[in-house]
Design a protein around this ligand. Structure first.
Ligand SMILES: [Zn+2]
Length: 67
């Protein structure tokens, strides 16, 4: 799983706000998730283009992209 490598690399810390995230708690602002560095590209996730993100930042960044 590349997600394991990403978590180890980013040390379960949000790439954007540098706050520790919690992958055990899937709810709340500090729940851990993954985000593409380049939000505009819906490409296949790789270790290079994917980072650990907290739920808050992930949703902030998921503003409407032109369909
Ligand atoms: Zn964050």
């Amino acid at each position: 799983m590349i997600t394991d490598n990403i978590r180890r690399r980013d040390k379960d810390t949000c790439h954007w706000c540098k706050e520790p995230v919690n992958f055990e708690n899937r709810h709340g602002g500090k729940a851990g998730c993954f985000d593409f560095i380049d939000n505009g590209k819906r490409t296949r996730a790789t270790e290079e283009n994917t980072v650990v993100s907290c739920r808050h930042c992930e949703q902030e960044r998921r503003e409407p992209v032109a369909a």
